[in-house]
Write a protein that binds this ligand. Structure first.
Ligand SMILES: [Zn+2]
Length: 329
């Protein structure tokens, strides 16, 4: 264990940010501007709590060695699932099959540093709000369009956590209650089922019978990615465009609902699908406007998120530096 000086110096704003995913853990050392100065990744092959925590500890150790004798404010961890932010325990994580794992306590014992744990999507939201596209706003929403839809809501400068830490789970409001896809949560037509990267694949499969000569979705469904469909749409492929347009319709429905709930200044879109950039935003904006009824149209900026896959780790470090998710500063 290296020694840690607590007095402030040139790099005293350093904090450790960890993004704990289902198959990979990324530990980083992040400076006060949100810049990653060290990173160490490890694959996770076994979901037993002791094994995962040992892997997290190894990764943290690696970046702490990079801190040398610079003071480190603390350790932040973004984890999937529902987290008790007061103790850092993972109450429930479907990705790991965990119930009540005292992750924060274990890391505190090991590293003798302040440790904060929060949901990974909330951490990514804090990062985009503080160091990414959301800088300067006070009402901000992040939507990460990946396998599911992760996200978070900042209202009046505060990241909303809700009474049990579950606020911001924007993926599970229904946007197609009767003719939608079945969601992992059991409901029909959730925003996540229709408008995640997986949703784009499902739209492409759903419209495939109209394009008998297309081989866009000819492989096994579980092997399909959303990227070839997005690329086909960008290239003007008829099958790809049909899926893409249905996808944008459903994405716009969900975004219009969020605008009605939250009236944000900005909604940032991250995840693989958002790599389409202007191609996505130009199709999305008019659809969202058409469905926006209770607040002035065209006043919510739709943008592509800035921090990419690093957002979770940067946000976790930001949380550690601030001493929690909701503390301003
Ligand atoms: Zn759902």
């Amino acid at each position: 264990m290296p020694a840690f000086r607590l007095e402030r110096d040139g790099m005293a704003n350093l904090a450790v940010g960890v993004d704990l995913g289902g198959s990979h853990v990324l530990a980083t050392l992040v400076d006060g501007d949100g810049k990653i100065v060290e990173r160490e990744g490890h694959d996770i092959v076994d979901h037993a709590p002791d094994v995962v925590i040992a892997t997290v500890e190894d990764a943290i150790n690696g970046v702490l060695l990079g801190a040398k004798d610079n003071a480190t404010a603390g350790i932040g961890v973004g984890s999937p699932g529902n987290i008790d932010v007061a103790t850092g325990a993972v109450r429930y994580s479907p990705n790991f099959g965990w119930h009540d794992v005292p992750l924060g306590e274990r890391l505190r014992e090991r590293f003798k540093l302040p440790v904060f744990v929060a949901n990974d999507a909330r951490c990514a939201t804090l990062a985009e709000y503080t160091h990414g596209t959301g800088r300067g706003t006070s009402n901000f929403v992040l939507l990460t369009l990946g396998t599911g839809i992760g996200g978070g809501i900042v209202a009046e400068g505060t990241l909303i956590l809700g009474s049990l830490g579950g606020a911001g789970e924007v993926g599970h409001h229904q946007v197609r209650a009767t003719d939608g896809f079945i969601c992992a949560c059991g409901k029909i037509g959730c925003f996540e089922a229709q408008a995640s990267g997986t949703g784009l694949i499902r739209h492409a499969i759903a419209v495939a019978p109209s394009f008998p000569r297309s081989n866009l979705v000819s492989g096994k469904p579980e092997k399909l990615g959303s990227k070839p469909i997005r690329k086909a749409a960008e290239a003007g492929d008829r099958h790809g465009l049909a899926a893409w347009n249905r996808y944008l319709d459903d994405l716009a429905r969900g975004i219009a609902n969020i605008i009605a709930f939250v009236n944000p200044e900005m909604i940032a879109l991250g995840g693989g699908v958002a790599s389409a950039g202007d191609f996505m935003l130009s199709g999305l904006g008019p659809r969202v406007d058409e469905l926006t009824t209770m607040v002035p149209r065209g006043r919510t900026k739709l943008v592509v998120a800035a921090l990419g896959n690093d957002a979770g780790a940067i946000g976790a470090a930001t949380m550690a530096r601030r001493g929690g998710l909701t503390t301003a500063g």
